[in-house]
Write a protein that binds this ligand. Structure first.
Ligand SMILES: [Zn+2]
Length: 300
C-alpha cells in the first residue's frame, strides 16, 4: 500500500507582511513562489525587541525592505541560516550590511560539477557566515535560545534550529509540510537524509516550522511517513532492478510511471540518490563510480 504523507497546505499568503506565529515567533513571506519554494520563502523572526532573523531569504530588495521596515522599532541581533540555497541565504549579506548583525550558519564545501540549478534553487556560493555553527552549538539572544541540529541530506550543510523555549524546530528544507524535499547528488545524500530524519525522531519537539509552507503540528507522525515513503521508493527500485532494468533511464520510466515526462530529469536525480545509497550499502553494484549514465545491478 502506498504511504500517505499527511501534507499540509496554506491558502493565502500576504507577501511582505509580518505575521504572528507564536509568542516568540513571527514570519514574513518573500514574493518568490515557484515549483520548489511553494508560496515563497518564510523568513522567521524570533524574539521581541532584540530578534534573530532565520533564513532571510532571496536577495530581493522588496523582501529585505519588508524585513527592515517591519522591525524598524526593534534590533536585529542575529541572522541565522539553515542552508545555502539562494532562496534561504542570499539576503544574509545585504541584510548584514544594513543591520550589522553576525551571520550564523555553515559554509559549503563547493562541488563544482553539481547540476543543482535545474531542479532546485541554486547554490549561494557567496555565503560566508560570521560564525560557523556545528551540531549541538547554541545560539542565544534576548529571551530565546536556538540549538543547532546538523541535518545533512537535502544539502550537506543543512542545520535545523531548535527554539528550546517553545519546543519548536525550524526545519528549513529538511522537513517541509507541503512536499517532500529534493535530494540531488553529489551534495545531496539519501543516506544522510534518512539518518537526519531518524535523528529528529529522537527529540521531542512539539511543532516544526519549515521555511516553505505551514507549520507541522504532529512532527513525529509526519517524519515517520517521510521515512517510510523513501523506503517504499527504494523497494520499487530494487523490484525494477530485479526485472533486468539497469540504467537510470530504464528505471525511471518503470518506477515513476505516475509522473509526467517533463519531471523525469528531476526524478532521475532522485533515483540516482537512491542508487548511490544502495551502492554505499553494498547492495547494488556499478561499473566504476556511480554516475547518471552508469549501469547498475543488484549484488547476487
Ligand atoms: Zn533548499
Amino acid at each position: 500500500m502506498e504511504v500517505r504523507i499527511p501534507f499540509q497546505f496554506e491558502d493565502k499568503v500576504v507577501y511582505g507582511e509580518l505575521g504572528y506565529v507564536s509568542p516568540l515567533i513571527r514570519r514574513i513571506v518573500a514574493p518568490n513562489p515557484s515549483l520548489f519554494t511553494y508560496k515563497g520563502t518564510g523568513t522567521y523572526i524570533v524574539g521581541r525587541g532584540n530578534v534573530a532573523v532565520i533564513d532571510p531569504g532571496p536577495n530581493l530588495g522588496q523582501h529585505i525592505s519588508a524585513i527592515v521596515d517591519a522591525l524598524r522599532d526593534e534590533v536585529i541581533s542575529h541572522i541565522v541560516v539553515t542552508h545555502t540555497h539562494s532562496d534561504h541565504s542570499s539576503a544574509a549579506n545585504p541584510l548584514q550590511q544594513i543591520c550589522g548583525a553576525p551571520i550564523y550558519g555553515r559554509s559549503l564545501k563547493i562541488i563544482d560539477d553539481c547540476d543543482d540549478q535545474q531542479f532546485e534553487e541554486e547554490f549561494d556560493r557567496g555565503f560566508t557566515p560570521t560564525v560557523e555553527v556545528s551540531d549541538g552549538d547554541v545560539v542565544e539572544g534576548d529571551g530565546w535560545t536556538l540549538e543547532c541540529v546538523h541535518t545533512p541530506g537535502h544539502m550537506s550543510n543543512h542545520i535545523c534550529y531548535r527554539l528550546t523555549e517553545e519546543r519548536a524546530l525550524f526545519s528549513g528544507d529538511h522537513v517541509m509540510g507541503w512536499s517532500t524535499t529534493v535530494i540531488i547528488p553529489p551534495d545531496g545524500s539519501m543516506k544522510a537524509y534518512l539518518e537526519s530524519l531518524n535523528k529528529l525522531l529522537l527529540a521531542d519537539d512539539d511543532i516544526y516550522y519549515p521555511t516553505h509552507g505551514p507549520a507541522i503540528s504532529s512532527p513525529h507522525r509526519y517524519v515517520s511517513a517521510c521515512i517510510e515513503h523513501r523506503y517504499e521508493r527504494e523497494r520499487e527500485v530494487i523490484r525494477s532492478l530485479k526485472t533486468g532494468n539497469t540504467t537510470i533511464q530504464e528505471l525511471v520510466t518503470d518506477v515513476y510511471q505516475d509522473i509526467i515526462q517533463s519531471l523525469y530529469p528531476a526524478a532521475s536525480r532522485s533515483l540516482f540518490a537512491i542508487l548511490i545509497k544502495l551502492w554505499e550499502e553494498g547492495r547494488v553494484l556499478c561499473k566504476g563510480e556511480p554516475n547518471l549514465f552508469g549501469e547498475f545491478r543488484l549484488r547476487e
